[in-house]
Design a protein around this ligand. Structure first.
Ligand code: IMP
Length: 192
């Protein structure tokens, strides 16, 4: 059945494994911030499932805010599409990211949050593509180190699709995924 789809995707991290790791990250953050009331700033849209699960593992007072950015040009220039609602002055900010790849977005984001007077900025990313890093950026908490394959699921998209897959998959055949999103979906959602 669906041989092309089967060859186009491979599961990288199962949903149960993600759940376990998110609980560990939540425990570590709760411990480190037990004397503080951090603001989680989630980077839309990819960090949404991670934020929802991580926030519910925290056992400390926590605020939640969002921002959305788009990268343009070379060198990691970013445009803010949706800004945080909270005043960050004197606050301990924990940036919630889906994945750190080149590190360019996070570098600019960290600088921007510190410029707004945050007392501290740390980052929790579910995934870390260390091999693709172009700039050295602090990453205080990470779920999994991954290779340089293109990943989908648990917030990550391919051409806007598949963010709602509960597991993480690598796209082995991008042409197939692009040509046949419906066939891809049939396979992926059957093998959740
Ligand atoms: P960076 O500035 O290169 O670190 O970009 C990080 C952003 O690139 C992430 O927040 C994702 O939106 C996107 N990204 C990087 N790798 C992947 C991937 O494998 N799948 C989906 N999106 C990715």
């Amino acid at each position: 059945m669906l041989p092309a789809a089967e060859a186009a995707f491979t599961r990288v991290v199962a949903a149960a494994e993600i759940k376990e790791r998110v609980a560990e990250l939540g425990a570590a953050i709760s411990d480190d911030y037990r004397d503080s009331e951090p603001i989680l700033v989630a980077v839309l849209v990819g960090a949404l499932p991670f934020l929802a699960d991580l926030a519910r593992q925290l056992t400390i007072a926590t605020k939640i805010d969002f921002l959305s950015i788009s990268r343009f040009g070379e060198g990691g220039r970013i445009r803010i599409i949706l800004d945080v609602a909270d005043n960050l002055l004197g606050k301990d900010v924990v940036v919630v990211e889906d994945i750190v790849d080149t590190g360019l977005s996070l570098t600019v984001l960290r600088r921007m949050l510190l410029d707004r007077g945050a007392n501290s900025v740390a980052t929790v990313a579910l995934l870390d593509k260390t091999k693709r890093r172009l700039v050295d950026v602090p990453l205080e908490y990470r779920g999994f180190e991954v290779g340089d394959e293109y990943l989908i699921g648990y917030g990550l998209d391919f051409e806007g699709n598949f963010r709602n897959l509960p597991a993480l998959w690598a796209v082995l055949d991008a042409d197939f995924a692009s040509r046949d999103p419906a066939g891809s979906a049939r396979y992926l959602y059957q093998h959740r």
